[in-house]
Design a binder for this molecule. Structure first.
Ligand SMILES: [Ca+2]
Ligand SMILES: [Ca+2]
Length: 132
């Protein structure tokens, strides 16, 4: 059986999944960087909605995130105690259904604590990486 995984730099990746995930993540990051004012407006709109409509949930979520972050597991999907692009790639693969997340990975991937793993979690993880 042909091994379709690439082993380099100590990571084991599927080439199609890996490079398509990188392309998706880079396109999100680049489009955000190229449209900073529009991205800021979108994030401000989302934040305003959250604060005005579901502030109790926002406060609860922030406390949960801070609590989880103190254990350094939030968004650390691969469990190496570092939050970087490898975690984002795994999150994208979980969102796309390319990999089935363990219960621990599901908890780590739910960056915003809303109980769903989706693109908002990926965006939050990318923002965390860019801000750190
Ligand atoms: Ca990690
Ligand atoms: Ca989520």
């Amino acid at each position: 059986m042909k091994n379709k995984y690439i082993k380099s730099l100590g990571i084991n990746v599927h080439p199609v999944v890996f490079f398509s995930s990188i392309l998706i993540v880079l396109s999100i990051v680049v489009s955000t960087l190229l449209n900073l004012s529009q991205a800021a407006q979108i994030f401000e709109t989302i934040q305003s909605f959250i604060i005005n409509k579901v502030s109790w949930f926002y406060i609860l979520t922030v406390n949960i995130i801070l609590g989880l972050d103190s254990f350094n597991s939030l968004a650390d999907v691969n469990g190496d105690n570092i939050i970087n692009v490898l975690d984002v790639i795994q999150m994208v693969n979980i969102v796309l259904g390319n990999i089935i997340a363990s219960e621990w990975q599901s908890c780590a991937s739910d960056s915003n604590g809303d109980g769903n793993i989706d693109i908002l979690d990926v965006i939050q993880a990318v923002q965390f990486i860019l801000n750190s």
